[in-house]
Design a binder for this molecule. Structure first.
Ligand code: SF4
Ligand code: SF4
Length: 450
C-alpha cells in the first residue's frame, strides 16, 4: 500500500524508513502543490500541480507554525539563556484553554534549566495540560529548584527602555508585579498551512483552526476522515515517544480500516425537509455533512460517511435516512442473481427466453461455489439492482463441502443489516435448487420483481 505524506519536513525521512519497514511505500506531496483530493481509503486521488498521484492512505506531516518557547519578539536582546545579566525570567503560558500537550514539558525543562543556573524564574500559567508522570516529575523538580508557579486570570505586559519587560498578573484576589524581567512567551502556535490543507482534505478543524485530531485520545493521529491521518511533526521533534505512537497508530488503524467491511451504507438527505439546523453537522463524528449556505441545506458526503446512523437518529426534521443506493445508478426494476455453477447457473440458462418474453431484466453472476457469495457482494449489488437473489444447491448437494450453507448464512446477515438500517429486507432473496428446477427460480424472479 502507498502512503502519501502531505508536507515536506525532516520528520518525513523517519516516516519513510518506518513505513518501509512495515512494507508500505511512501510518496511525498508538498502541501502547496496539492490542489484537490478525492476518493476514499484504499484509493485516494491527489491532484497536484504535476498531475494525479494515487495513494491508499494520506498522512499530513505539514507542521503548524510555531516558535517553541522563545524570547518575546520585542525582547530578543534580553536572551535569558545566554545573557549574563541577572534579571528575573518570566515564562508566560498564556493559553485561554489547555495548552498543547508538548508545550508544557518544554517550558518546564527550560524553567528548570534556568533555575539551576541561579536565575529567578516565574512560571505564569492560565491553563496548562500537565498530565503524565514525566510532567509531574519536571514540575516537582522545577519547584524544588526554586521556580515560582503562578496562576493568573489577567496579564499585562509593558516593555521597558532597556528591552526588558514589565509583567503584571492578577487573579481574583491578588496581583503580582515583575520587572524589569526577561519574558519568554509560549503562545506562538498557529495552524499555518495546515488550515488550508484541512480544507482541501475536507477535515474538520477545531475552534483554533487546527486539524481536529485531539479528540481521538486513543488514536491521536486520527482526523475526521477515514484513511487520513495527521502527525504533528512539530510535537514529534520534542517527543520521540509521540512519533513512535503516531507511526504505530497509522499502521494499525489503516490496516484495520482497509480490511473492514466495505462501507456499504450511506446517508441520504431530503432537501425539502432539511431545516438547516446543524444538528447532524455537529453530531457526525466523520465530518460527512457539509453546510451548503447558498441553498440553506446540509449536504451528505458519501465518501466520508460511515453509515453509522447517528445523524439519522438525531435529525429533528426526519430529513435523513440510510441507503445503499447511489443516486441515478442502475435500472430500478432489475435483479442480479448469484448462481452456483452446479445448480442456479444451468437453471437460469433454461429461462432466458421466458424472461425476455416477460420483459424481465436479469443480470447473472456465476460463482464456482455458493461460498463465494458474501455479504459485501450482496450489498454491493444492491447499489445497482433493485433485488438480489442467491441461487445455490440444495442441502447436502454442495460439491464444495458447505458452500450452500455459508451462502445461506451470508444472506441472512445481509438481510439483517438491511433491517437494522430500516431498509426493505425483501430486496435480498435466497433460493436452493438443482439444475433441473428452472421453474422454481422463475417464480423467485417473478416474485422479486412483480
Ligand atoms: S439535522 Fe436534519 S434538519 Fe438539521 S441540518 Fe441536518 S438534515 Fe437538516
Ligand atoms: S451516518 Fe454517521 S458517518 Fe454518515 S453522515 Fe450520519 S453521522 Fe456521519
Amino acid at each position: 500500500m502507498t502512503i502519501a505524506l502531505v508536507g515536506s519536513t525532516p520528520v518525513n525521512v523517519i516516516l519513510e524508513k518506518e513505513f518501509a519497514a512495515a512494507q508500505m511505500e511512501t510518496i511525498t506531496v508538498k502541501s502547496n502543490e496539492l490542489q484537490r483530493v478525492s476518493g476514499h481509503i484504499g484509493d485516494f486521488r491527489l491532484q497536484t500541480l504535476d498531475g494525479e498521484r494515487r495513494a491508499g492512505v494520506i498522512v499530513v506531516t505539514e507542521p503548524p507554525e510555531a516558535k517553541l518557547p522563545g524570547i518575546g519578539h520585542a525582547l530578543l536582546d534580553s536572551d535569558p539563556v545566554s545573557h549574563p545579566h541577572t534579571k528575573p525570567v518570566v515564562l508566560l503560558m498564556d493559553y485561554e484553554q489547555e495548552s498543547r500537550q508538548f508545550m508544557t514539558p518544554v517550558a518546564l525543562e527550560l524553567a528548570l534549566f534556568l533555575a539551576r543556573r541561579r536565575r529567578t524564574v516565574f512560571f505564569l500559567k492560565r491553563s496548562v495540560k500537565t498530565a503524565g508522570t514525566d510532567q509531574e516529575r519536571l514540575y516537582q523538580e522545577a519547584r524544588g529548584a526554586g521556580v515560582v508557579f503562578v496562576d493568573y486570570d489577567q496579564v499585562q505586559i509593558a516593555e521597558t527602555d532597556q528591552g526588558f519587560a514589565h509583567v503584571s498578573a492578577q487573579d481574583e484576589s491578588q496581583s503580582l508585579e515583575i520587572g524589569p524581567c526577561s519574558l519568554i512567551v509560549a503562545e506562538t502556535i498557529h495552524p499555518g498551512k495546515t488550515g488550508a490543507l484541512a480544507d482541501c482534505l475536507k477535515l474538520r478543524r477545531d475552534r483554533w483552526g487546527f486539524i481536529d485530531e485531539y479528540k481521538h485520545y486513543l488514536y491521536p493521529v486520527m482526523t475526521s476522515r477515514r484513511g487520513v491521518y495527521a502527525i504533528d511533526t512539530l510535537r514529534a521533534c520534542c517527543e520521540p515517544e509521540y512519533l513512535e505512537e503516531a507511526i504505530a497508530a497509522v499502521i494499525g488503524d489503516s490496516a484495520e480500516q482497509l480490511t473492514a467491511d466495505a462501507n456499504l451504507l450511506y446517508v441520504e438527505l431530503d432537501k425539502e425537509k432539511c431545516a438547516f439546523c446543524y444538528t447532524c453537522y455537529r453530531a457526525c463524528p466523520h465530518a460527512a455533512l457539509t453546510p451548503n449556505q447558498a441553498e440553506a441545506v446540509m449536504e451528505p458526503w458519501e465518501e466520508a460517511c460511515f453509515g453509522c446512523g447517528i445523524c439519522v437518529s438525531m435529525c429533528p426534521a426526519n430529513a435523513l435516512q440510510l441507503t445503499l443506493e447511489k443516486p441515478a445508478q442502475g435500472a430500478s426494476q432489475s435483479v442480479q442473481i448469484f448462481c452456483c455453477e452446479n445448480s442456479g447457473d444451468t437453471a437460469i440458462s433454461r429461462l432466458q427466453e421466458d424472461l425476455a418474453h416477460e420483459g424481465l431484466t436479469v443480470s447473472q453472476v456465476s460463482v464456482t461455489c455458493g461460498g463465494e457469495i458474501t455479504v459485501e457482494r450482496l450489498l454491493q449489488a444492491l447499489r445497482q439492482y433493485e433485488k438480489v437473489i442467491a441461487a445455490v444447491c440444495m442441502d447436502d448437494a454442495c460439491q464444495h463441502f458447505d458452500g450452500n450453507r455459508r451462502a445461506c448464512a451470508q444472506t441472512e446477515r445481509a438481510v439483517s443489516m438491511l433491517e437494522a438500517a430500516g431498509l426493505e429486507p425483501g430486496r435480498i432473496r435466497f433460493v436452493q435448487l438443482s439444475q433441473g428446477m428452472p421453474r422454481l427460480l422463475h417464480e423467485e424472479i417473478r416474485e422479486a420483481l412483480l
